[in-house]
Write a protein that binds this ligand. Structure first.
Ligand code: TYM
Length: 327
């Protein structure tokens, strides 16, 4: 059976981008593959050196994972920092990762621009840590959103390079995966591209109905189409992209036709979109509250997951050390 690995940083609550880009695939994959889903708390230190109460932030994501339907009976669910073997593999991978290629990655350049006072080595080597996360379980498939494409390319490169340098076939080349065929990008409602925690444009799974309505009604629109069947400008396409994932096909088709006939009323579209997002989020929100109210249970889930993930990581690391030449 093929192995799957993916993770999310505990830098805030999960939003619709995280859900449709990643978690939705996790849910189906846990029935079909050997799955490892984790919380990438070390990665969050590259941008949040003082992440506040790490334990609380990690519990928050764990509660959200479970509320979305991740099942610890089916998938191994754990916290990255509980698996010290990942740090060791990260170290070895860094010995064969070059400054030039790390500096060229778009996410590094973007983050360096965003936080010029903190261009730390962890930020530079973010892709090697991500590669370590993935290949520590010798994963074949990695369900991630479109924004992770370059990191995935680097992970493949580092896996291949390790195999070549140490004359082995230990690591498969991990492929990005989505049931939709290609990586998903959920847009923000401010017309500025992707929905993101740091972009301030996200709708969170824990948002209540009033918050969701307010956010959706504020979404940027234009003065409407002037010709039938015209191409939708980005801000409008964004609303339709969201509608495509949360609303029924009939609803989507109804508003699409209105748009094509130049009869669209954005107020109506937004009202409908807000209600559909609320219907999607509210049962998840309720379950999040239930899981969050029982932190002992969350800690138990993380401890059991860590034990399983550690065993898998230890098996790989034994091979890695032998191949490099350690006793
Ligand atoms: P992170 O925490 O930024 O995001 C977690 C997952 O959510 C996806 N995502 C989106 N998908 C579609 N549209 C959006 N607007 C959107 N925003 C976020 C991301 O693509 C991702 O799948 N580097 C990773 C964490 C990580 C990881 C790994 C992932 C660390 N090690 C190993 C896979 C395997 C990250 O920053 O994700």
């Amino acid at each position: 059976m093929e192995t799957v690995v993916s993770g999310i940083r505990p830098t805030g609550n999960l939003h619709l981008g995280n859900y449709f880009g990643a978690v939705k695939n996790f849910l189906k994959m846990q029935d079909e593959y050997k799955c490892f889903f984790f919380i990438a708390d070390w990665h969050s230190l590259t941008t949040h050196p003082h992440p506040g109460n790490v334990v609380e932030n990690v519990r928050k994501i764990l509660a959200e994972y479970l509320a979305c339907g991740l099942n610890p009976e089916k998938a191994t669910i754990y916290v990255q920092s509980d698996i010290k073997e990942i740090a060791e593999l990260y170290l070895y991978l860094n010995m064969n990762a070059y400054l030039g290629e790390l500096e060229r990655t778009t996410t590094f350049k973007e983050k360096a621009r965003k936080q010029p006072d903190n261009v730390n080595a962890g930020l530079l080597t973010y892709p090697t840590l991500m590669a370590a996360d993935i290949i520590i379980h010798r994963a074949h498939k990695v369900p991630v959103g479109k924004d992770q494409e370059q990191n995935m390319e680097m992970a493949r490169k580092f896996a291949r390079r390790f195999n070549t340098i140490y004359g082995s076939e230990l690591f498969p080349e991990p492929a990005s995966f989505s049931y939709t065929g290609e990586g998903i990008k959920i847009p923000g409602l401010d017309g500025s591209g992707k929905m993101g925690k740091s972009e301030g444009n996200a709708i969170y799974l824990v948002d209540d109905a009033a918050t969701i309505r307010k956010k959706v009604m504020k979404a940027v629109t234009d003065s409407g189409p002037t010709e039938p069947n015209s191409v939708k400008p980005e801000v409008i396409q964004n609303l339709f992209t969201l509608m495509d994932v949360v609303s029924s096909k009939d609803t989507y088709d109804y508003f699409n036709e209105k748009y094509n006939n130049c009869e669209i009323r954005y107020g109506d579209l937004k009202k409908q979109l807000a209600e559909d997002i609320i219907n999607f989020c509210s049962p998840i929100r309720e379950r999040i509250m239930e899981y969050a109210a029982n932190p002992d249970n969350l800690d138990k889930v993380a401890a059991a997951g860590a034990e399983k993930a550690r065993a898998s990581a230890a098996t790989t690391m034994k091979e890695v050390r032998k191949l490099i030449g350690f006793r």
